[in-house]
Design a protein around this ligand. Structure first.
Ligand code: SF4
Length: 338
């Protein structure tokens, strides 16, 4: 296979390569998850010197592990690794199956496959960002890599391509090729060992692949609802077109302007009631107003009998407000009526 030949010549020389020690390989994978290779190598050397075995790591205090990790960021990686070291020691040694590796704290599909293939020769494809890019380009696949479908597509393809007799070399070759040749920007297509079969190069889509689906930004909206109660009635309006909950009914709705003067104090029923919609988080304050004289409200509001409110289609958020009002004791509820 062309890529394995390429790897034999151009593969990176890294201190944990070829050591066959699951512990050292695992430590390198955890360090490199969010760290550049040159910085990661320094930390790996320091780490292995201080904790040369998984037993040494398990016996250390968390403080000591975190101190050695200082500067790498994402401290949950160090905490998980420390906890996993204790798991490994408690179970009498490193797990030698993908499922066993997956059961360690902080170890996901990628790390389990990387450690499993490099330390134990398990036939599992390790698919990281480099591998996604190489496969997307070489096979001209435009399924977004950051979707569940993309994850399944690329993992299945990598697994299909993996030679079962050389899983470790294959995984390392794919990672190195993505990291040094088929790079995100300015890939070395001119002297690429698989250029003749590269679909992205043939179709002029090298720069367009891989595809990532744009994540919609979650928008936060803050507003207030005032339930105006007067003479057994309350004011509702139908929500207008062009916004959420079109056609549903709601009490006095205030967004982006000060609360109105309704001729009476407003009683705060609840603050920042959270309601999550697709791509939106709503935070609402609920108020109750009980003016003595009927206030003048915008024309869209209609006065309806409070006892009929269940006949109106209300957004779930307004239902919460109504439920709060129903559960709320009125001032006279506790009076002795005997
Ligand atoms: S030809 Fe270019 S895009 Fe295609 S695999 Fe080689 S380096 Fe990557």
């Amino acid at each position: 296979m062309a890529l394995l030949k390429w790897f034999a010549v151009h593969g990176r020389e890294l201190p944990w390569r070829g050591i066959g020690d699951a512990y050292g390989i695992w430590v390198s994978e955890v360090i490199l998850q969010q760290t550049r290779i040159d910085q990661g190598t320094e930390y790996w050397l320091r780490f292995m010197e201080r904790f040369p075995t998984v037993e040494a790591l398990a016996a250390a205090s968390e403080d000591e592990v975190l101190r050695l990790w200082q500067g790498l960021g994402y401290y949950s990686r160090a905490r998980n690794m420390h906890a996993a070291a204790r798991q490994i020691v408690a179970q009498g040694g490193f797990p030698t199956t993908i499922e066993g590796l997956r059961s360690l704290k902080g170890v996901g599909d990628y790390t389990a496959a990387a450690v499993g293939s490099m330390a134990f020769g398990l036939p599992a494809a390790a698919v990281d960002g480099n591998v996604y890019r190489v496969l997307a380009r070489h096979y001209g696949i435009d399924v977004p890599i950051n979707t569940t479908r993309g994850k399944h597509t690329f993992e299945a393809l990598a697994q299909e391509l993996l030679p079962h007799d050389r899983p470790s070399e294959f995984n390392q070759a794919m990672m190195d090729f993505g990291a040094t040749w088929c790079t995100p920007r300015a890939p070395r297509c001119m002297d690429c060992p698989v250029a003749v079969t590269c679909e992205a190069l043939r179709s002029g889509r090298v720069e367009k692949l891989p595809v990532k689906e744009k994540k919609m930004k979650i928008q936060e909206r803050r507003f207030s609802y005032i339930y105006v109660r007067h003479d057994g009635k309350t004011a509702l309006r139908r929500r207008p077109a062009g916004d959420i909950w079109q056609g549903l009914w709601e009490p006095l709705f205030i967004e982006g302007c000060p609360l109105p003067d309704l001729g009476c104090p407003l009683t705060l029923l609840a603050h920042d009631v959270k309601h999550v919609l697709t791509h939106r988080v709503l935070l609402a304050d609920f108020f109750l107003a009980e003016p003595e004289s009927k206030p003048i409200l915008p024309a869209a509001y209609q006065w309806v009998d409070e006892q009929d409110i269940d006949n109106y289609a209300l957004p779930r958020l307004v239902e919460k407000l109504i439920a709060m009002l129903k559960n709320r004791k009125r001032p006279h509820d506790d009076e002795d009526r005997s």
